[in-house]
Design a protein around this ligand. Structure first.
Ligand SMILES: [Zn+2]
Length: 140
């Protein structure tokens, strides 16, 4: 962990519940207490009903692969040893068009399929920061 070379997220007021949840190995999104809609990345008000009652809510961590891109250049420091690797747009099961972006772990590039079931895993990168990542869902 001490030699982690990639950029480290810096939580702010809007994102701190997400990062605190990740540290506890839970995927935590903001959900509107008035209409029930999740929004991610987190916003200060609900995009559907403009409520300001956005509540940190754990979700299942299950989703499907909506789209992806294969990175073949290390555009950011620290990724040199991983190229080529896939970055996924994951549609979470809780709500249509509820997306999160993640590295796609544990999946050879030639086995990636749009619509494949995915599940969250947690990578503890420093003592303070854990990254939610996605991999193919395991049976059972
Ligand atoms: Zn709402």
């Amino acid at each position: 962990m001490a030699d982690y070379k990639k950029a480290i997220p810096v939580p702010n007021d809007l994102t701190k519940d997400y990062w605190e949840g990740a540290k506890q190995h839970r995927l935590v999104l903001k959900r509107c207490a008035d209409c029930g809609r999740y929004s991610h990345p987190p916003l200060p008000t609900c995009p559907r009903c403009q409520s300001e009652k956005m509540v940190a809510t754990p979700v299942s961590g299950k989703g499907t692969l909506y789209s992806y891109s294969v990175m073949r250049n290390a555009g950011n420091p620290g990724f040199e040893s991983e190229i080529p690797y896939a970055v996924a747009i994951v549609e979470l099961t809780e709500q249509k068009a509820l997306f999160t972006v993640s590295n796609l772990r544990d999946c050879p590039l030639d086995q990636i399929k749009i619509g494949m079931p995915l599940e969250v895993v947690f990578e503890d990168v420093t003592p303070e920061v854990t990254l939610p990542q996605f991999r193919p869902a395991r049976k059972g």
